[in-house]
Design a protein around this ligand. Sequence first.
Ligand SMILES: [Zn+2]
Ligand SMILES: [Zn+2]
Length: 371
Amino acid sequence: MAQVDFYVILGVERSATRDEVSKAYRRLARRYHPGINPGDDEAQAFFTMVTEAYETLRDPARRREYDAHGAREDSPRPAAIEFQGFDFSPGGSGSGTSATFEELFGDAFTLPAARGGSAAGQPERGGDLFGEIALSFEEAVRGTERRLTVTRLDVCGECGGAGRRRAAESRCIGCHGSGTTRRRRGHMVFAMRCTACDGTGRLRFRSCDACRERGVATRDEEIAISVPAGVNDGSRLRIEAKGNAGLRGGQPGDLYIVARVGRHRILRREGRDLHLDLPIAIHEAALGATVEVPTLDGSARLRVPPGTHSGQRFRLRGQGVPAPRGDGARGDLVVAVAVVLPPVADERSKALLREFGRINATDVRKGLFED
Ligand SMILES: [Zn+2]
Ligand SMILES: [Zn+2]
């Protein structure tokens, strides 16, 4: 002759610890929260019962009181009530017989809507995911497309994220299938239509096995990633909404991909500029020359003026790397010249160089030892 039993509602033993009570509540709240069951009165009513059971059983004083005397009269009550009669069985407390129906139940009550403050019921944003892609130097500079397989929490395809499915009916755990719950007051017993199942004794939903009621499930998803031209080593690409799915209707997280960019055989990158060490022969340096230099797009011609020294730098505008954001303007190719002596093996070359030394006797180390 008990009313809706809080332990039964939560599905825990009478000896359950507070922690077990909380766990059971969270599991059920995730499933029946109005936030994930908009417009579903059945779920809302059951959520209210579950919340009442939880709030009673988690509080040691209220739990003792409940174990001894049943639910408090100020706790939320289901809406549909039928006066059933009196219970003269022994065990009634004997008090409260003078209370009127209105005093017992009030004349109007509303089911508390989603308890906004309940952390377990709030939508929760999905977590961000992080990954890496390896790009060649050229791919990073020119941009590329990649397909990545990402393991992420996605909205459960079986239940659409609700964590439960409307399918075969099952017995209502709120009323043990009777469709009626009872509330005792003294030796009066009121039978009430069970609001969890609206008096049918059946629940028209069952938990989703695919996601184990979480509403989200892990799955591998192939994601196309468009790598913009100009990304650098360590650049982070954000792919919106491809992190984990949110819970209870929360926003999904984002996917962040860090680019790992390989080296180029001869080009070095500093921001949007490319650097190249260019060997030039001694006669080219001395007399000037037009030499071909490798660029991203193939090659370009660089005019080396007469009298060029090792280490001198020349800038080829617009031959660098495009900016990955904004106007995509390209940096420069910075060419550092290194004067190189070709092998001198034959007698004729040696004679020419001796002659050259005699004619140009300037001391190239002049000033090196002065203060
Ligand atoms: Zn029921
Ligand atoms: Zn599911």
